[in-house]
Design a binder for this molecule. Structure first.
Ligand SMILES: NC(=O)C1=CN([C@@H]2O[C@H](COP(=O)(O)OP(=O)(O)OC[C@H]3O[C@@H](n4cnc5c(N)ncnc54)[C@H](O)[C@@H]3O)[C@@H](O)[C@H]2O)C=CC1
Ligand SMILES: C[N+](C)(C)CC(=O)CC(=O)[O-]
Length: 331
C-alpha cells in the first residue's frame, strides 16, 4: 500500500450522497443499508429490469430495517436510479461497486468509475475474493480504490472487511473504514491483502469440507447444515472459533486444548493441509485468546457463552417453551 496522501472532498462523517454501482443481491443490500442510515443513494445497474428488481429488494428489506430502527430522515424516496454510470457517479461522495465477480469486468469497470467520479472520492469494491492489486491495474488513480467486502445481506450483517491494494493510499483505507463505521457497519481493516480476506478464507475452509462430504456421499446437505445450526453456529453468533475452542480446554484454556487436541489436526478426517503446530503457533493462539478474553476468566467466558446460546435460541424461536407455543399456535 502506498502512503501518499490523497485528498478527500468530504470527511467520512459529512457524507450525504452515496452511489451504488451494480444493484443485485449485494448492491441492492447496500442500497437498503445506506437508505436506512439516512443517505441519499444513487444507483446504476445495466440490466433492463435492474430498477424494478432493486426497488423490490429494498421494499423487502425495509420491514427488518424499520424494526432495527431507521436513522432520522431515512426514506426509500431518497433512492434515485441513474440512467448511466457517469450520471450516477457525477456527484458521489462515496462509491460502492457490486458488479459480477469477474476479474476483467471489475478491472475495466473500476477504471470507468475512477474516470467518472469526482477526484479524491473513495471507490470500494464488494468483491468476495479478488485482491485490489489485481483489480486496480487499469485505473488512472488507483490510490482511491479499495475493497469493502460485505456479508449477505449487507443491511443486517454488520461486518465489512476493508483492504487496500499495492497502489491504494493508506489514508483512503482509513477514510473508508471510518465511513463504514459511521454508516453503521462493524469494520475489520486489514493491513495486507489475503486471498479471501479473513472471513471468506474461514468460510471457504468449511465449505470445501462440506463439498467433499457431499461429493463422497459422506453427509447430506441437511446433515451439514444441521451440524452447524444445531451445533457450533449457535456459539459463533457471539463468540468466535478461537475463544470457543479455548473453552474446550476447560480451566486450562487454549493451552490445554492445544496440548490435548493439537495432534488431531493431523488426523485423516481433515482434508486440509494442517499447519505445523510448533511452539510459535501454540503461543500465538494462547496469547491471542488471552487478548480476546480481555481480562475475562474461563468461568466468565463459560457464563457468557451459555447465556449467549440461550439468547440465540430465544431469538430464533427454539427455546422449549417457544416450540410448544408454536405447536399450540399451529393446532
Ligand atoms: N452474493 C453474495 O453473497 C456476496 C457477493 N459479494 C460480491 O458482490 C458482488 C456482486 O455480487 P452479487 O450481488 O451476488 O451478484 P448479482 O448477480 O446478484 O448482481 C450483480 C449485478 O451487477 C449488474 N451488472 C452486470 N454487469 C455490470 C457492469 N458492467 N457494471 C455494473 N453492474 C453490472 C447485474 O445486472 C446485477 O444486477 C460480487 O463482487 C460478489 O463477489 C460479496 C459478498 C457476498
Ligand atoms: C458466497 N460468497 C463467497 C460470495 C459469500 C461472501 O463473500 C460473504 C458472505 O456473505 O458470506
Amino acid at each position: 500500500m502506498t502512503t501518499t496522501d490523497s485528498v478527500h472532498p468530504v470527511a467520512p462523517e459529512d457524507v450525504r450522497r452515496v452511489t451504488c454501482i451494480g444493484a443485485g443481491v449485494i448492491g441492492g443490500g447496500w442500497v437498503a443499508q445506506f437508505l436506512a442510515r439516512g443517505y441519499d443513494v444513487t444507483a446504476w445497474d445495466p440490466a433492463p429490469d435492474g430498477e424494478a428488481k432493486l426497488r423490490r429488494l429494498v421494499d423487502a428489506a425495509w420491514p427488518a430495517l424499520t424494526q432495527l430502527g431507521l436513522a432520522e430522515g431515512a426514506s426509500r424516496d431518497r433512492l434515485t436510479v441513474a440512467p448511466s454510470l457517469e450520471e450516477a457517479c457525477a456527484e458521489a461522495q462515496f462509491v460502492q461497486e457490486s458488479a459480477p465477480e469477474k476479474l476483467e469486468l471489475k478491472r475495466s469497470l473500476l477504471a470507468q468509475l475512477d474516470a467518472a467520479t469526482p477526484a479524491g472520492v473513495v471507490i470500494a469494491s464488494s468483491t468476495s475474493g479478488y485482491p485490489m492489486t489485481d483489480m486496480q491495474t487499469e485505473a488512472a488513480d488507483p490510490s482511491r480504490l479499495l475493497v469493502g467486502h460485505p456479508f449477505n445481506p449487507p443491511y443486517l450483517i454488520p461486518l465489512v472487511e476493508v483492504a487496500g491494494g499495492e497502489r491504494t493510499a493508506a489514508d483512503a483505507v482509513a477514510w473508508a473504514s471510518r465511513f463504514y463505521e459511521v454508516a453503521g457497519k462493524s469494520v475489520i481493516t486489514m493491513d495486507r491483502e489475503l486471498p479471501g480476506f479473513i472471513a471468506n478464507r474461514l468460510q471457504e475452509a468449511l465449505w470445501r469440507e462440506a463439498l467433499h462430504m457431499v461429493a463422497n456421499g459422506e453427509a447430506t446437505v441437511k446433515e451439514i447444515d444441521d451440524s452447524i445450526t444445531e451445533g457450533p453456529g449457535l456459539r459463533w453468533a457471539f463468540m468466535g472459533p478461537c475463544l470457543t475452542f479455548a473453552l474446550a480446554g476447560g480451566e486450562g484454556g487454549m493451552g490445554h486444548m492445544l496440548d490435548h487436541f493439537g495432534p488431531s489436526l493431523k488426523s485423516p478426517w481433515t482434508r486440509l493441509e494442517a499447519p505445523e503446530l510448533d511452539k510459535a503457533l501454540r503461543d500465538a493462539m494462547v496469547d491471542g485468546c488471552d487478548e480476546a478474553a480481555a481480562g475475562r476468566s474461563i468461568a466468565d467466558l463459560v457464563a457468557e457463552r451459555d447465556q449467549g446460546v440461550i439468547d440465540v435460541l430465544r431469538a430464533t424461536g427454539r427455546l422449549p417453551g417457544q416450540k410448544d407455543a408454536q405447536r399450540g399456535d399451529a393446532a
